[in-house]
Design a protein. Structure first.
Length: 226
């Protein structure tokens, strides 16, 4: 029963755990390890490339040196105005350099018909989008940092428990045939220790004289003189 249950649940558990692990890896573990920042997309200006509700993960950009590495086609997150903390994520569609070597960028949402009204300067840039996870932002907005960390611990514990369950089941499956063979061998040995059963000869079959049992007769001494 345990083997059947394990085989039935195996693909479902693997799929569920793999999906949750991949999600946490993409939106929590990798950003923490590399110093990147996950952000939730709240509008559809970058659809269909980045659907609403996606989680974009951006590498921080600071100053002219980081801005010098950007080019047309990059997707960046920036402040639309220096005094506005709201963040916008759009694609760079043009790069300009003034006489002093300072760069400015023309940006546009993939779903928008025209570029943004104002160019973006290096001081307005906040990050370069490395990747995005569709619709993961909806789940991310429901969890705070502590809950995300707890989720990592729970998923890790679930993966460990599942691996242990599979290992124990595999060991039992390997041991079971050996035990069965041993039991059958013991049964045969027990039968050999018993009294042999006499098998009667088939009907109509006669025993040859040579095979017939003989009975010893006492020797009678001959009478003397007779």
């Amino acid at each position: 029963m345990t083997t059947v249950l394990r085989k039935t649940l195996h693909p479902l558990l693997v799929l569920a755990l793999a999906a949750v692990a991949a999600l946490l890896l993409a939106v929590v573990v990798v950003p923490l390890a590399l110093g990147w920042v996950p952000l939730t997309v709240l509008s559809g200006s970058m659809e269909p490339t980045v659907p609403t509700g996606s989680q974009v993960v951006v590498a921080p950009l600071e100053g002219e040196d980081d801005a010098a590495g950007l080019s047309t086609g990059d997707v960046v997150t920036f402040m639309p105005r220096p005094d506005d903390p709201t963040l916008v994520t759009h694609r760079i569609v043009g790069v300009a350099v003034d006489g002093e070597g300072r760069r400015s960028f023309t940006t546009q949402g993939d779903a928008n018909a025209a570029p943004d009204a104002e160019p973006v300067t290096a001081t307005q840039l906040r990050g370069l989008v490395k990747y995005h996870v569709p619709w993961a932002g909806y789940a991310a907005t429901l969890l705070d940092a502590e809950q995300k960390r707890s989720g990592i611990v729970l998923v890790a514990a679930a993966l460990f428990g599942y691996a242990l369950w599979q290992l124990v089941g595999a060991v039992r499956d390997r041991a079971r045939p050996t035990d069965e063979i041993a039991d059958r061998g013991a049964e045969r040995d027990h039968g050999a220790d018993g009294v042999a059963e006499q098998v009667p000869a088939p009907a109509g079959e006669q025993t040859s004289p040579a095979e017939a049992p003989t009975e010893a007769l006492p020797l009678v001494p001959a009478a003397a003189g007779r």
